[in-house]
Design a binder for this molecule. Structure first.
Ligand SMILES: C[S@@+](CC[C@H](N)C(=O)[O-])C[C@H]1O[C@@H](n2cnc3c(N)ncnc32)[C@H](O)[C@@H]1O
Length: 256
């Protein structure tokens, strides 16, 4: 078996010029141009081997997806996953893959605001982010306010953050971090796979592994943009009105 060295991996990802973005800063404010349309852009920050982002891009062709990770090897693995997810059996002569609504971006999330302009993204997915359990490393957690304020900057008026993790301590830290920033959270689940997952739910590699071991998966959505917040408040009012109506129907029936 021929093993690929570091150089071979870099060559592989450099060849995927349609799919892999190595110079993300050059596209700041120009991602719509790169995708060739104004569809919403959803990014998974810390995509790992990329199963989630490639499955999502196949499932939702009218959304543009960007998977971000900082390791060459993971970008390469994610490009292989994308090929499988999109059932691509033929490439061009050089083996270059082209998937119109997917890009894999080699980048350190610490500098994410240098790759995206204000309001350029509509959704950020944080799936099974590294928990950094030691207190002295709290600033490295991707839900630390230092990171969240960057996401606020690059998300648009419909912007949301969707978080999934097996780590109870990271989940608690994240909820407190969002609350400290005055952000609204919804659809909070402490045990997603027992509460019932939506039929359209897409699993990540880590989720498959941890859920398979019987571990609780925590999830929540954070409402960031103004339009997203208004829609959320309307839903809450609607739910409250429906509950009042149901209660009055119940008491009418009891009286009869
Ligand atoms: C635990 S893995 C989760 C992978 C995937 N989201 C899943 O659920 O299967 C976390 C990923 O985040 C990436 N990551 C962590 N910090 C990062 C950073 N600052 N910039 C880019 N990627 C990062 C790691 O390289 C790793 O692939």
């Amino acid at each position: 078996m021929r093993l690929r060295g570091r150089k071979g991996i870099r060559e592989d990802i450099e060849r995927q010029k349609e799919l892999v973005v190595l110079n993300a800063k050059d596209y700041k404010g120009k991602w719509a141009e790169l995708f060739g349309n104004n569809n919403p852009i959803h990014a998974e920050l810390g995509m790992g081997k990329g199963r989630f982002i490639s499955t999502m891009s196949k499932k939702y062709p009218n959304i543009n997806f960007i998977g971000v990770d900082m390791y060459d090897e993971l970008i390469r693995k994610a490009s292989e996953k994308a090929k499988v997810a999109h059932e691509i059996t033929t490439e061009d002569e050089d083996g270059v893959l082209s998937i119109p609504n997917l890009r894999l971006m080699l980048f350190n999330i610490e500098h994410i605001e240098e790759a995206f302009a204000e309001g350029e993204l509509e959704r950020v997915y944080l799936n099974f982010s590294d928990p950094w359990p030691k207190k002295k490393h709290a600033r490295r957690r991707l839900t630390h306010p230092g990171f969240v304020s960057k996401y606020q900057q690059i998300l648009n008026s419909k912007g949301e953050i969707h978080l999934k993790t097996d780590s109870q301590s990271l989940f608690e830290f994240s909820l407190n971090s969002f609350a400290d920033m005055g952000l609204r959270m919804r659809n909070i689940s402490l045990n997603l796979h027992v509460d019932g997952i939506h039929p359209d739910h897409v699993m990540t590699e880590y989720e498959t592994k941890f859920a398979g071991q019987g571990m609780n998966i925590h999830r929540c959505e954070v409402v960031i943009g103004q339009d997203a917040l208004s829609a959320h408040q309307e839903q809450l009012q609607h739910a409250a009105a429906s509950a009042v109506a149901a209660e009055s129907t119940d008491s009418d029936e009891t009286a009869e």
